[in-house]
Design a protein around this ligand. Structure first.
Ligand SMILES: Cc1ncc(COP(=O)(O)O)c(C=O)c1O
Length: 383
């Protein structure tokens, strides 16, 4: 067996979800919303299953979805993309990330990763033969610094894998951070593989700024989006990939031999959804922001130290002030004794782990969040 995968332990998400079931806990661990997603988009998918095409769609994606993707990102992010040469549809962002790494990285190339990071990144980089170089981000701001980037980049740097907004820290990187990273990519002639799946889930009136639009980045960026996150339909696994034609030609080869296509009915529904009026996207954001504020407010009232959440479905708590220095032990106790499942943020680090931060998913009904807060109140009394 290949040791990169055979040596991997059970993921913390599976472990915490199993413990949550065993202890009948309120599960704020795994990141999926309670809400079933927009009904009109789901109806389009159902109609497309019954009345539409159910055989292989074009390898690059349905033309209507590629066009809708280009139109959507011109409208929301000011990007000018040629739907025929610069847009491809994949089976989720995860396939797009795996394909991009296979297409860009050769054995021995260095890939800059920012930890905490999404759990799929490191094994996929290693399996592509890449040598990971870590930039360690720390609370409360999890921002970039010139020194940290200078240590991670080298003449062997081939790519960076950059997630913005960042899961799990709920950070929305500043314009200064983006410019700094862009300058390093340009100087080292590196490709930026941008995991932008949370781009629409940003709060407090902010708009996502794609790294692709920074100076010098248009030709060297692979932008990856996910309908699963845009429409709160995490099971759909429809990804959108955007890149300049020269990059796209090779990305398309990787996609051709991984999945080749993505269910056409879901693609048709996503094409419809991307064209929805602004009010849908603003409303979705406002709903999540309201949940964030409800949960953050409740936690603060209980005396918890809540870190800022600028985007994603997540917010983090610093457990240091509770006298806790081991996030894994804390989460195990939290689920077993208090019936609330959360995720220890150290699980997202490969080295130099931060051990005092715990992640909660707030994309839940008010009643679920309130039940969690009631249980957390008991913890505070006992603690
Ligand atoms: C940062 C990040 N990237 C990728 C994904 C997966 O996206 P998809 O379901 O489209 O594969 C997730 C899902 O949680 C994520 O948080």
């Amino acid at each position: 067996m290949n040791p990169i995968f055979s040596a991997l332990p059970t993921t913390i998400f599976e472990t915490m979800s199993r413990l949550a079931r065993e202890h009948q806990a309120v599960n704020l661990g795994q990141g999926f919303p309670d809400d079933p997603g927009p009904e009109d988009v789901r109806r389009k998918a159902a109609e497309a299953v019954i009345d539409g095409w159910n055989q292989y769609p074009p390898m690059m994606g349905l033309p209507e979805l590629r066009q809708a993707t280009a139109t959507h990102f011109r409208h929301w992010q000011g990007l000018e993309l040629d739907p025929e040469a610069e847009v491809m549809i994949t089976s989720g962002a995860t396939e797009a990330i795996a394909g991009a790494l296979m297409a860009v990285v050769s054995p021995g190339d260095e890939v800059v990763l920012f930890e905490p990071m999404y759990d799929a990144y490191l094994p996929l980089v290693r399996r592509a033969g890449g040598v990971p170089k870590f930039v360690t981000l720390t609370p409360p701001h999890f921002g970039l610094s010139e020194e940290a980037l200078a240590q991670a980049f080298s003449p062997k740097t081939k790519a960076v894998l950059f997630n913005n907004p960042l899961n799990p820290t709920a950070t929305n990187f500043s314009a200064a951070d983006l410019d700094l990273l862009a300058s390093f990519c340009v100087r080292h002639d590196a490709v930026a593989i941008c995991d932008d799946v949370w781009e629409h889930v940003v709060f407090d009136g902010h708009r996502h700024q794609p790294l692709m639009s920074r100076p010098g980045m248009r030709e060297r960026t692979v932008k990856i989006s996910s309908a699963g996150k845009i429409f709160s339909l995490t099971g759909w696994k429809v990804g959108m990939v955007m890149a300049a034609p020269e990059l796209m030609r090779v990305l398309a080869k990787a996609h051709q031999y991984i999945t080749f296509t993505t269910p056409p009915n879901l693609q048709a529904a996503v094409a419809y959804g991307l064209g929805k009026e602004d009010a849908y996207f603003e409303g979705m954001r406002a709903d999540f922001q309201r949940s964030r504020d409800r949960f953050a407010g409740g936690l603060s009232e209980l005396g918890f130290s809540v870190l800022p959440s600028a985007g994603t479905y997540f917010l983090n708590v610093d457990i240091g002030p509770l006298g806790e220095g081991d996030d894994v032990a804390f989460c195990q106790r939290l689920v077993a004794e208090h019936g609330v499942a959360a995720i220890p943020v150290s699980a997202f680090y490969a080295e130099g782990a931060v051990r005092n931060v715990v992640r909660f998913c707030f994309a839940k009904h008010d009643a679920t969040l309130d039940r969690a807060l009631e249980r957390l109140a008991a913890l505070r009394v006992k603690g």
